[in-house]
Design a protein around this ligand. Structure first.
Ligand code: HEC
Ligand code: HEC
Length: 234
């Protein structure tokens, strides 16, 4: 559950106590700043995909879990990561286009660590499940009103308004649902809606490119995905 022995040691020796330290405040700033990544092509901060509150933020459905108590969890990414810094670097490299992973002794890593510790008052927090949907199949369509709510809570921050992309944070985020107009040429014989489901469920993984995060079943249910597809007219 430690960042790495070095950082944990420094943290204990250097700060010793609890509460707000300047380093944790710096970590909070880094958490909210897309410039944490040196890539000019990145427009995401940690806060784009992670809430930090104990209870869900109304109107927001993030791909990543809320990081309340994150430093106390025994493992991360559904058990795939057993070091907190590795769990963070997975995001940093794959989603924020960080060129080299954050090193344990980097002052930025240490500050982020202290911020995550400050978010973790409960020393007994459990690991969280992560169900990656492996095989893509169609889902039953749902209510269009609910679909609009899901779009605004899950997709709009990055993709902007439907049809125009207005307000999107990522200049490279496709305009929805217009992007599917190319799919017959790009993915001949594959129903458009399956490509969209694949993108939402896998993000950049399983050979799909880009830097969009994947949505696990915990992050987005099939029922909400079905409602979203109705809203997208798919
Ligand atoms: C583009 C979206 C995105 C960005 C940006 C992002 N993450 Fe993540 N993160 C995810 C997703 C998706 C997961 C997998 C679901 C989960 O475990 O929360 C994840 C998982 C994690 C986990 C493991 C949580 C757990 O208990 O399994 C940690 C820790 C984490 N991220 C920290 C960070 C930090 C710190 C940053 C900024 C340096 C960051 N993430 C940036 C999407 C993102
Ligand atoms: C953290 C930002 C972020 C969030 C949240 C996000 N996307 Fe994306 N999405 C992107 C980016 C950036 C791209 C273009 C790069 C890529 O393909 O990964 C993209 C691409 C796409 C594409 C086009 C893939 C292609 O190449 O044709 C689809 C479809 C899509 N997103 C659907 C969604 C849906 C539906 C949601 C909400 C459930 C969503 N996205 C949430 C950032 C995001």
């Amino acid at each position: 559950m430690r960042w790495g022995l070095l950082v944990a040691g420094l943290w204990v020796a250097g700060c010793g106590g609890s509460g707000a330290t300047p380093a944790a405040d710096y970590g909070e700033e880094l958490f909210q700043d897309s410039r944490l990544s040196e890539s000019q092509f990145n427009s995401f901060s940690c806060a784009t995909c992670h809430a930090t509150t104990a209870t869900p933020e109304p109107g927001r459905m993030n791909a990543g879990y809320a990081l309340h108590n994150v430093a106390s969890r025994p493992n991360w990414w559904g058990g795939y990561e057993t070091r907190l810094l590795d769990a963070v670097n997975f995001c940093y490299v794959n989603f924020m286009r960080g060129v080299t992973p954050l090193a344990p002794e980097d002052p930025k890593s240490r500050a982020l660590y202290e911020y995550l510790v400050r978010l973790s008052p409960d020393p007994e927090a459990a690991a969280l499940p992560l169900t990656v949907v492996k095989d893509i199949t169609d889902v039953p369509r749902g209510d269009i009103g609910r679909g609009g709510e899901v779009y605004r809570a899950a997709c709009q921050t990055c993709h902007g308004e439907l049809h125009t992309g207005k307000g999107r944070i990522a200049a490279n985020a496709s305009v929805l649902p217009e992007v599917v107009g190319d799919y017959d040429a790009l993915f001949p014989g594959v129903p458009k809606q399956l490509v969209v489901i694949e993108k939402v469920r896998h993000g950049q993984f399983f050979g799909v490119g880009g830097n969009m995060p994947p949505y696990s079943r915990e992050a987005l249910s099939d029922a909400d995905l079905g409602a979203l597809l109705t809203y997208l007219g798919l």
